[in-house]
Design a protein around this ligand. Structure first.
Ligand code: FES
Length: 156
């Protein structure tokens, strides 16, 4: 098995994996970054979203051969010095979750959206988050959380 070098949350990791293995399974099963969730495994639900070179990407759809050497950020890498990332805080303040299985992927998608577009309209948020599904139906609160994070405030 080849060895791959990945930069995850600012730290270098070397991991042996098959080239055809997905980034999602390597993150979860070999490196123990279990915050990234397995939902559908088919690129439909967004539970597995991580940032690759700053872009929100469904990690179940990326093979190891395609991500070697890339900068990856997972949900575990967002908080800094014990402080939640503003998007994490906004999801908590707005109670934008029910079962919360989709939440890490939602947050990563929202972080990517706000990097691209720091002040999105409601329609842009809905469109930007449309690749992420919440089976509990907390979409209105998710939109409110992204709006809060865009404003940079706490509306708890
Ligand atoms: Fe990757 Fe559903 S697990 S999109």
């Amino acid at each position: 098995m080849p060895e791959y070098r990945l930069l995850i949350n600012g730290a270098e990791h070397r991991v042996e994996a098959e080239p055809s293995e997905t980034l999602l399974s390597v993150l979860r099963d070999r490196l123990n970054f279990t915050g990234t969730k397995y939902g559908c495994g088919e690129g439909e639900c967004g539970a597995c979203t991580v940032l690759i070179e700053g872009e929100p990407i469904k990690s179940c759809q990326r093979r190891m051969a395609a991500v070697a050497g890339k900068k990856i950020v997972t949900i575990e890498g967002l908080a800094e010095s014990g402080r939640l990332h503003p998007v994490q805080q906004a999801f908590l303040d707005q109670e934008a979750m029910q079962c919360a299985y989709c939440t890490p992927g939602m947050i990563m998608a929202a972080v990517g959206l706000l990097k691209r577009n720091p002040h999105p309209s409601e329609a842009e948020i809905v469109r930007g988050m449309s690749g992420n599904m919440c089976r509990c139906g907390t979409y209105p609160r998710i939109v409110a959380a992204v709006q809060q994070a865009a404003k940079g405030g706490h509306n708890g």
